[in-house]
Design a protein around this ligand. Structure first.
Ligand code: ADP
Ligand code: MG
Length: 740
């Protein structure tokens, strides 16, 4: 499919074009100081080059003509060809409007103007052929188009030589003489650009931006320089950069648009991957890894005498992968993904035992104090009488206890340190730190991870564990510097959680379920959404819910936790629930991560529509930890949108975290996914979509990897263009620089 336009190599005067691209947007025809300010503040467009990179979000096909009898008020923009038969002015004052009765022989509609009435009657004539373009709506039972765009029929010379015939009317009718509605620059597609409300109020709407991009292309007469090495362009049969940016704004054909999109998506993903993989290479060159080649008494002692159950196959596989990685002499940087309850803690412990067998210490980091304490208890219980010392370091470990921990770490008496953020503070020093495990990684950024490396002369191996399954495409981008292991199997004997969607009006049925479970001796969580822990408004729901539940269940004890409570009070309340002193726990999402109360069998989530899917999945994972049947009730109001209904349905249909994550990515887009903001490798993709462009991403990553592999010292002159571009991108994209 090497079309001629793909390979066209035109001579280019690079400097002239570069100058235009770096020119202040203010001087572009149609901009001026006021609009320049708006463009800069609202869209970050400061130069002509920025405008060039401001791609349309959709296109309106101007090659398609509709017949009036085909259209209805639900259609998007349509293009018609016909004549105005008469004008009427109706209404008075603010209601005054001009109606043009428009017909194409198959039916008639009203064209309506509220403003510019004089201009219209002066410039458009009755019984003359016009191309009319706009969004049909229904008013008083009649279809109308308000403020349509009107053009006279293009002269016959323009109609010749069009290279595609998307004119479906002509096909149907056979003899329809309708023209191809070419707009600027020979394009049949009209670009639509996103603009803000503020911009629209000042007349800078989509079509105003389109005028600016058209003016821009008038300046860009010379071809733009290629931004990828020719060998990569050829290898993947990509459109040239110059053709791609022109076609992305003003496509000359649907096919050209597809190729332009492909080229620009590839390029975008390629540079993101090149940035990541180059960083990985540098990291490997800069840091040697500790070699763990012994499996000794700690690991074996635990494995043969203390393991309370058989490892799942997935756990075994993952431990093997990690062991192999830690033997290579490279520093391990691995992401361990495993659904809630898949047994990651056990894996972490066994890996820590390998570190201890090799004479090193391990550190396990959790995002909250409650979790850190829980890990401490779990590890101590699992280890039993094995000679492994595990200690805790959190913000609440103070005074003598804290000093003792610091000492034990420096002397090496402490084998495993469990803690929160507190462990990365500068004054925490280890004797020989060999392994860092970070649980629930999405709360830790790349910078924090890197800080841990400095705790040993040779950086420790790093294992990042997450129960928020991340779709592969997202993982490759957000955590593209990590190798990935997956536990894709739950320990045997778990019953899938039964999930139902109920409306507020079903309160009595929900209470029935609750009563039944309470009578069986089970416990119940009720969770309320909290947008910002600081906002009082959100707490009102929680307080009201708490009172209501107290009234409805007078024979049971109800606890309450939220983020505004003092940590000690919060912990105490959680503890009361864990020890079954309270039966129902009303809370905000503070219980989200990792808390383990196996006797709890019901999770009720109020205003479920306000949670992200992965968050719902996390919350649901709080139940179903024992052997009994558990339930999750997702409560919403009756009136919810289509997307919301679909999202809730995903939760009802599956308990597979990966499936949920994929669906979430599809329904919401990557920008909203949890973890994207905190990851530290946040990125802002202009055109590629991680939900849809997985295939392009794979190719882009492989291509970037090949560049790194075959030109590790960056000496190949063919790649100069590529490193130069990467430097530019790193300069203009703050987050890109943040990864090294
Ligand atoms: P998560 O991956 O969510 O951190 P945990 O490590 O907390 O999961 O494990 C959940 C529960 O499953 C714990 O009670 C743990 O003891 C248990 N568990 C872990 N591995 C196995 C196994 N192979 N067989 C049976 N139970 C297991
Ligand atoms: Mg866990």
């Amino acid at each position: 499919m090497a079309n001629s336009w793909m390979m066209r190599h035109r001579p280019c005067k690079r400097n002239g074009i570069v100058n235009i691209l770096s020119q202040d947007i203010k001087y572009l025809q149609g901009v001026g100081p006021n609009r320049a300010l708006l463009l800069a503040n609202e869209l970050g467009i400061k130069t002509v080059g920025d405008l060039l990179a401001y791609y349309p979000y959709k296109y309106v096909d101007r090659s398609r003509f509709y017949q009036i009898r085909e259209i209805d008020g639900a259609m998007p923009y349509v293009q018609l060809c016909g004549q105005i038969f008469s004008f009427d002015t109706v209404g008075e004052g603010r209601n005054k409007r001009l109606i043009g009765h428009f017909s194409d022989g198959t039916g008639s509609i009203d064209l309506v103007w509220f403003q510019g009435i004089k201009y219209v009657t002066k410039n458009y004539d009755c019984r003359k052929d016009y191309v009319v373009f706009g969004k049909p709506t229904v008013f008083n039972g009649k279809i109308q188009i308000a403020h349509p765009e009107i053009e006279t029929l293009p002269s016959p010379s323009l109609q010749g030589g069009n290279d595609f015939s998307a004119n479906e009317n002509a096909d149907e009718q056979g003899n329809n003489p309708l023209p191809i509605g070419r707009v600027r620059g020979g394009s049949v597609f009209r670009p639509s650009y996103n603009t803000s409300e503020k911009m629209k109020r000042s007349g800078l709407n989509s079509s105003a931006i389109a005028k600016l991009t058209a003016n821009m292309f008038k300046l860009l007469k010379e071809p733009l320089a290629e931004t990828l090495p020719p060998y990569i362009v050829q290898q993947h049969h990509l459109m040239s950069y110059d053709d791609a940016v022109r076609n992305i704004h003003y496509p000359t054909s649907p096919d050209a648009l597809r190729h332009a999109q492909l080229r620009l998506k590839f390029e975008e993903l390629f540079y993101v991957q090149l940035n990541i993989l180059r960083y990985v290479k540098d990291r490997q060159l800069r840091y040697k890894g500790i070699v763990f080649n012994t499996i000794g008494e700690h690991f074996n002692g635990f494995f043969y005498n203390h393991l309370p159950f058989q490892l799942t196959e997935a756990q075994k596989r993952v431990i093997r992968e990690i062991r192999a990685d830690m033997k290579t002499g490279r520093q391990m940087n691995r992401l361990l993904q495993g659904d809630v309850g898949s047994g990651k803690t056990l894996v972490a412990l066994m890996v820590a035992l390998i570190a201890i067998d090799n004479g090193y210490q391990a550190c396990i980091m959790a995002p909250t104090e409650i979790l850190a304490e829980q890990h401490l208890d779990t590890l101590r219980e699992l280890l039993g009488d094995l000679p492994v010392r595990v200690e805790l370091l959190t913000g609440t470990v103070k005074g003598k206890k804290r000093t003792a921990v610091f000492e034990g770490l420096v002397t090496g008496d402490i084998h495993i340190l469990v803690g929160t953020h507190a462990v990365i503070e500068d004054n925490v020093m280890f004797n020989k730190l060999g392994l860092v495990v970070i649980d629930e990684q999405h709360r830790f950024g790349v910078a924090q991870r890197a800080k841990l490396w400095m705790k040993n002369s040779v950086p420790p191996h790093v294992l990042v564990m997450t129960a928020t399954p991340i779709p592969r495409t997202l993982a490759m981008t957000l955590y593209g510097d990590l190798d990935v292991s997956v536990i894709d199997e739950l320990p045997p004997g778990r019953k899938p959680i039964h999930t139902v969607h109920m409306f507020d009006a079903h309160r009595q049925r929900i209470y029935q379920l609750m009563n039944r479970e309470l009578q069986l001796g089970r416990q119940i969580y009720i969770v309320y959404p909290l947008i910002k822990e600081t906002e009082k408004m959100d707490l009102k729901d929680l307080e009201a819910g708490f009172e209501e539940i107290n009234k409805a269940f007078p024979n049971y004890k109800v606890g309450k936790v939220h983020g505004k409570m003092k940590p000690a009070d919060k912990d105490a309340e959680m503890q009361r629930f864990a020890s079954h002193e309270t039966h129902i726990l009303v809370s905000t999402t503070v219980i989200e991560v990792g808390v383990n109360v196996p006797n709890a069998s019901v999770m009720i989530i109020e205003n479920a529509e306000r949670f992200g899917l992965s968050q719902l999945h996390q919350l649901r994972g709080r139940v179903g930890r024992g052997a009994d049947q558990s339930y999750c009730v997702l409560v919403t109001k009756f009136e919810i949108g289509e997307t919301t209904r679909k999202r809730i349905q995903v939760m009802v249909d599956t308990t597979d975290g990966f499936e949920i994550a994929e669906q979430d990515l599809k329904l919401r887009g990557p920008g909203d996914l949890e973890g994207t903001q905190q990851s530290g490798m946040a990125f802002d993709l202009k055109i590629a979509n991680l939900a849809r462009d997985g295939q392009i991403l794979n190719i882009a990553r492989d291509t970037a990897q090949a560049v790194i592999t075959f030109d590790p010292e960056e000496r190949n002159p063919q790649n100069d263009i590529l490193w130069r571009r990467l430097r530019e991108l790193r300069k203009s994209n703050i987050n890109w620089g943040a990864i090294s």
